[in-house]
Ligand binder design. Structure first.
Ligand SMILES: [Zn+2]
Length: 242
């Protein structure tokens, strides 16, 4: 089946754009963050223990001292908190802030809720984009010395002793996210000429059918019915040769 999700890209101002629903923090970047990151090893999965609007509120509160690069709600909407490629550091996992991007995922207050399909797609789009941008592989990692899609919990005490994104199925869903990210990178399979011809023939047949139904007088109706018959034969032929 074709995959509706496409690749995201980083614009010169560090914002991400492409075939997804994306909003940008105002101000951009958010106040919680600093500058000076270097080479990036990968990206860290987080879970909000809440929803995106509340996360946007606290990441814009200076007293909260926390942020992430991205947040994704249950419908797959992405909120970007700071720029990519500008050495901006999100405050998401302490000692892991310098070399890891971070994505927060909404969970309606319960990390046991699995990621929605739309969240998996949006997360895959971001991981694919970050991997292409920073040059780390599209793979799961559970080590702070590894590269790929990690978790907050893997960092232990140095990363704040969090269980995030657990307990629950979310950390395991990285496998599905990485698989989808690879599909997004490869792109949908090419449409064959046979498939295109069949779609066209079916459209002609449907058009002739409705035209014949509209026409009530002899010659034109007979002609429309003839086109319908010929198109139907073409559809049958093409279906046999897909
Ligand atoms: Zn976390």
């Amino acid at each position: 089946m074709s995959n509706p999700a496409g690749r995201l890209t980083v614009k010169s101002d560090g914002t991400v754009s492409g075939p997804a629903s994306i909003s940008y923090n105002d101000p951009f970047p958010c106040v919680n963050g600093s500058w000076g990151s270097g080479a990036m090893q990968g990206v860290v999965m987080h879970t909000m223990v809440g929803n995106l609007p509340g996360t946007v509120t606290v990441f814009n509160d200076p007293s909260y001292q926390a942020s992430s690069h991205f947040g994704i709600d249950q419908r797959g909407h992405i909120h970007q908190f700071g720029p990519i490629g500008k050495s901006w550091i999100a405050w998401a996992q302490m000692a892991g802030n310098l070399a890891w991007y971070s994505i927060e995922h909404a969970d309606n207050g319960n990390p046991e809720n699995p990621l929605t399909d739309a969240q998996i797609t949006a997360s895959a789009q971001l991981v694919e984009m970050l991997s292409a941008f920073a040059g780390f592989p599209l793979q799961v990692t559970d080590s702070v010395s590894g590269r790929g899609y990690g978790t907050h919990v893997m960092g232990g005490a140095a990363w704040g002793s969090h269980t995030c994104p657990g307990p629950g199925p979310r950390a395991g869903q990285r496998t599905a996210i990485v698989a989808r990210a690879r599909q997004i990178r490869t792109g949908p399979p090419p449409v064959t000429w046979q498939a295109r011809a069949l779609a066209d023939a079916e459209q002609i047949e449907a058009g002739a059918t409705s035209l014949a139904a509209l026409l009530t007088t002899g010659d034109t109706q007979i002609r429309a019915q003839a086109i319908e018959t010929e198109a139907a034969a073409l559809v049958t032929l093409l279906k046999a040769h897909q």
